[in-house]
Design a protein around this ligand. Structure first.
Ligand code: HXC
Length: 257
C-alpha cells in the first residue's frame, strides 16, 4: 500500500524503512505523507511500544527532494507547506521513535533524524545541513534542533559551510547516542526499541514528555513538571509491579496500567 516506504512489525516495534533508492530517499511530498501515515498507524496500534525509522545502507535521506522544490514560488511554499506540516506530525507522536542512520542524513534527512527521540548511527553515517550550497537554508528545524543538540559554534559552522560530519564527530558532539557497525544497525536499533517497548507504556511516554519539556521551558518549571509527573506514576499499577518485582528479585511484568 505504501510506495516510498516499507513497514513491518517486529514484536512490539514498528520498523519503517524509507525506500526511494533512485533518489537516496529524498523526502518528497509522497514519502512524507506515507511516513506520517505509518507513524500514526504505529501510534494507534496498541500492540506497538516503539518505532524505528531507517533508510538504506547508502542514505538515511539525502534531504528534501530538490527536484520537487526547484521551481516552487514563494506563494506555493508558504500556502501549501506540505513537507513541514507532515514533519510536525512526527514530533507529535507520543511513542518513542528511534532514527537508525547509515550513510547520508543531509538537509531534511538530518532534520528528520533530529525529530526522532534519539539517533543510533552506523559507522558510515554522515550528517550535514548542506542547504547553503543550493541557495537555501534548513527549513524543518535544522537551525534550531542542531543548535540545541551540538551547540552554537558547531551548528553555525555546519549551516554556514554545509560540511558533513562523520559518525564519530557526531557522537562526540552529542548528536547521536551511539555508533554501531553498519551491518548491525537495524538489528541493534530494533533491540533497543524492543527493550523500551517492554517497559510500562504510560511511564515511557511520561519520560519522553519530561525530557522534551527540557527544551520548551525554564529549569524551575521543567523540574516542577517532572516532579508532578513523577508523583502521578504512583497512581499506576505498573509502579507497584516494578518496585515489588525489584524487592522480590524477579523481572517485572508490566501491564501498561
Ligand atoms: C532529489 C536527490 C537528492 C535530493 C540525491 N538525489 N539527493 N534528488 N533531492 N535531495 C538523487 C540524485 O539527483 C541522483 O539521481 C541520485 O539521487 C543519486 O545521487 P548522486 O548525487 O548521483 O549520488 P552521489 O554522487 O553519491 O552523491 C550523494 C550526495 C548528493 C552527496 C548525497 O546526492 C547530494 O549532494 N545530494 C543533495 C544533498 C542536499 O543538498 N540536501 C539538502 C536538500 S534541501 P539522478 O536521477 O539525478 O541520477 C533540504 C531542505 C529541507 O533538505 C527543508 C524542507 C522544507
Amino acid at each position: 500500500m505504501f510506495e516510498t516506504i516499507e513497514t513491518r512489525n517486529e514484536g512490539n516495534v514498528t520498523l519503517i524503512t524509507l525506500s526511494r533508492p533512485d533518489a537516496l530517499n529524498a523526502l518528497n511530498a509522497q514519502l512524507m505523507g506515507e511516513l506520517t501515515q505509518a507513524v500514526k498507524q504505529a501510534e494507534e496500534d496498541t500492540a506497538i511500544g516503539a518505532i524505528v525509522i531507517t533508510g538504506s545502507e547508502k542514505a538515511f535521506a539525502a534531504g528534501a527532494d530538490i527536484k520537487e522544490m526547484a521551481d516552487l514560488e514563494f506563494s506555493q511554499v508558504f500556502n501549501e507547506d506540505k513537507v513541514s506540516a507532515a514533519m510536525d506530525e512526527i514530533t507529535r507522536c507520543r511513542k518513542p521513535i528511534i532514527a537508525a542512520v547509515a550513510g547520508y542524513a543531509l538537509g531534511g534527512g538530518c532534520e528528520l533524524a533530529m525529530m526522532c527521540d534519539f539517533i543510533i548511527a552506523a559507522d558510515t553515517a554522515k550528517f550535514g545541513q548542506p542547504e547553503i550550497t543550493i541557495g537555501v537554508i534548513p527549513g524543518i528545524g535544522g537551525t534550531q534542533r542542531l543548535t540545541r543538540f551540538i551547540g552554537k559554534s558547531k551548528a553555525m559552522e555546519m549551516c554556514l559551510t554545509g560540511r558533513m560530519m562523520g559518525a564519530e564527530e557526531a557522537e562526540r558532539a552529542g548528536l547521536v547516542s551511539r555508533i554501531v557497525p553498519a551491518a548491525e544497525l537495524v538489528s541493534n536499533a530494533l533491540e533497543v526499541a524492543q527493550r523500551i517497548a517492554e517497559f510500562s507504556r504510560p511511564v515511557v511516554m511520561m519520560a519522553k514528555e519530561c525530557v522534551n519539556r527540557a527544551y520548551e521551558t525554564t529549569l524551575t518549571e521543567g523540574v516542577l513538571f517532572e516532579r508532578r509527573v513523577f508523583n502521578s506514576v504512583f497512581a499506576l499499577e505498573d509502579q507497584k509491579e516494578g518496585m515489588t518485582a525489584f524487592v522480590e528479585k524477579r523481572k517485572a511484568a508490566f501491564k501498561n496500567r
